[in-house]
Design a protein around this ligand. Structure first.
Ligand SMILES: C[S@@+](CC[C@H](N)C(=O)[O-])C[C@H]1O[C@@H](n2cnc3c(N)ncnc32)[C@H](O)[C@@H]1O
Length: 289
């Protein structure tokens, strides 16, 4: 589907239209945990949303009793869409739409007072393509009270060792990263799921990752790929695993195949920067028995 391909290609973000937002607002697996968190924390609070899109989460915050919601959206076309939805919701007095880049949003835009809650769904698997981390760094430094609530609060980046199929019908070979959308053939998993990084969105986080971990092989196979996932703690006790429109598993190829048996130890070296693209992630797997 075009919107999915574009979703994972931030260079084309401005070209995204309603199909992308339809996919996101209709995905109850994605919206429900955000709605629950919003209902838990927004009542009586001043709320900032980064990347309002259709306006759905800002409208839910107003519905939950937020005192004031500041909905920031960079894309003028999308902002017009949000504006229409906010008007239809009847909450236009409590939601201020700010047509700006979040990085250019100042306290002045927020009526000269830091907010109590930030909602930001600028997420992608392992934060590779979307700007969640730089955005939260900016908001933490400039726009939110120190003890304010972040929705989501924590991101857990996990990795599994995997065997993917890259040969099809003995005729075609495609060795690329791919998204584990519903219906896409699943890789064979060769290890337990292991935590790679935990990101606390209340803190300033470095934009570059360079880390090695060791993982034990649980079953024999050909190690040729890594399966990456990013479950969230949206808020205390409210969790999100993955959905087709938000952080599907991403399977990335290793540059060579390694035959492994149960009990083998693999050292994984991974280097990348947030808010780049999947071709820029560097991964190496080494047998270290
Ligand atoms: C993944 S969508 C989420 C939309 C909506 N919050 C939702 O949950 O349905 C992210 C939105 O953030 C906007 N966005 C991306 N970068 C931004 C920036 N630097 N400042 C403001 N908005 C931004 C995009 O245009 C897009 O509408």
């Amino acid at each position: 589907m075009t919107s999915r391909i574009q979703y994972n290609n931030p260079q084309q973000a401005e070209a995204l239209g309603l199909p992308y937002h339809y996919e996101m607002v209709s995905d109850a697996k994605r919206v429900t945990p955000f709605k629950k968190a919003i209902q838990k924390v927004c009542k009586g609070k001043r709320v900032l949303e980064s990347g309002a899109g259709s306006g759905i989460l800002s409208i839910l915050a107003a519905k939950a009793g937020a005192k004031k919601v500041y909905a920031v959206e960079i894309d003028p076309k999308v902002a017009r869409f949000a504006e229409a939805n906010i008007r239809k919701s009847g909450f236009q007095d409590r939601i201020k739409l700010i047509r700006k880049d979040i990085f250019k949003t100042t306290l002045e835009d927020l009526d000269d007072e830091k907010v109590d809650v930030v909602i930001a769904e600028n997420l992608s698997t392992w934060q590779v393509t979307e700007p969640q981390i730089p955005i939260l760094n900016y908001i933490n430094k400039n726009l939110i009270k120190q003890d304010g609530a972040r929705i989501p609060a924590l991101i857990f980046n996990y990795v599994e060792l995997a065997q993917s199929q890259y040969q099809f019908e003995n005729a075609v070979e495609i060795r690329t990263h791919y998204f584990g959308f519903t219906g896409v053939k699943k890789p064979r998993i060769l290890s337990k799921r292991q935590l790679f990084t935990t990101i606390d969105l209340r803190q300033q986080n470095s934009l570059r990752i360079n880390r090695s971990i060791k993982i034990k092989i649980a079953r024999e196979g050909t190690l040729n790929s890594l399966r990456l996932t990013s479950p969230l703690q949206v808020y205390d006790g409210i969790n999100f695993e993955s959905s087709d429109s938000l952080m599907p598993p991403v399977i990335i190829p290793l540059n060579k195949d390694v035959h492994v048996i149960k009990g083998d130890m693999i050292q994984l070296d991974i280097r990348y920067s947030y808010h780049t693209n999947w071709d820029a992630i560097r991964c190496r797997a080494k047998l270290i028995n």
